[in-house]
Design a binder for this molecule. Structure first.
Ligand code: SAM
Length: 254
């Protein structure tokens, strides 16, 4: 074989072929409607479900959620109807096991790839899914005013862009005397070493995690939202990543 032929073969094998393979693969998946964004969302759903499964198994988290949701049943305003719950940033539906049997859950999440996980959680619990809304906490436009008995946020408010807008939407959709239940990781007390670390680390954390922020002043946003009654409690989880401490949990009544 001539030297030129060997060079051509090498060029085709090591340059043309890999490039053609990559371009061809991208073209094939684009034809099928798969984009980088949709792949990222699929991957995010898998990662979140697995990370949250670990978090939600922690003894402290289970005990806190049991306490938090213990009076959910009493929230039913109309005895003939089923308890209407809106879970914002529902993820894979890890909280359904804490809801009273027969509750109807409106599930909201920007990522539609959670649907199959939600379906599985529905089958493993005694609740019904009323509908799935693909949307954001700041814009609950398809949920009517005064229509929900209880709104739930668990490990979601760290990711919302506008806490005040979210709180105002939560109040709008809650029935009079309806209750907002939350369990969220928040910024540590101002002036503490942990608070400073959270502020330094936040830009990197935000980029790596996608949209989670470790220095959110969620308690302040809940307090200034105009709820008639609030109960804010703090839990220090010793077993989890130290920068996502403390955990704020409690209720706010419309
Ligand atoms: C850490 S996961 C928590 C999932 C679930 N609540 C749980 O406790 O297992 C955060 C969830 O919030 C959703 N999310 C992110 N930004 C949001 C926003 N602006 N509005 C509503 N949900 C959002 C994500 O898609 C994800 O499902």
């Amino acid at each position: 074989m001539a030297i030129e032929d060997v060079d051509v073969r090498r060029f085709v094998t090591w340059k043309i072929f890999p490039v053609a393979l990559v371009v061809g693969t991208i073209w094939y998946y684009r034809q099928k409607g798969v984009t980088f964004k949709s792949l990222k969302r699929k991957l995010a759903a898998i990662v979140i479900v697995n990370i949250m499964a670990r978090f939600n198994k922690s003894t402290d988290v289970v005990a806190t959620k049991k306490r938090l949701f213990s009076n959910l049943e009493e929230q039913k305003t109309n005895r003939s109807q089923k308890l209407q719950i809106l879970e914002i940033g529902v993820g894979g539906g890890a909280n359904f096991t804490f809801y009273p049997p027969g509750s109807q859950v409106v599930c909201l999440d920007p990522n539609p790839n959670f649907k199959s996980y939600i379906q599985q959680s529905i089958e493993e619990s005694n609740v019904e899914m009323k509908r799935f809304i693909q949307g954001f906490a700041e814009k609950l436009e398809t949920v009517e005013d005064d229509s929900i008995d209880s709104v739930v946020c668990s490990m979601v408010l760290c990711s919302v862009r506008d806490l005040d807008k979210t709180m105002s939407e939560v109040r709008r959709v809650l029935k009079p005397d309806g209750t907002f239940y939350f369990i969220e990781h928040v910024a540590a007390k101002q002036g503490t070493c942990l608070n400073r670390v959270q502020r330094w680390l936040n830009p990197i954390w935000y980029c790596l995690s996608g949209d989670c922020q470790i220095n959110k002043e969620t308690g302040k946003a809940i307090n200034r939202a105009g709820f008639s009654q609030t109960s804010l409690n703090y839990l220090k989880l010793n077993t989890y990543v130290f920068v996502i401490r403390p955990i704020l949990w409690g209720t706010a009544t419309k």
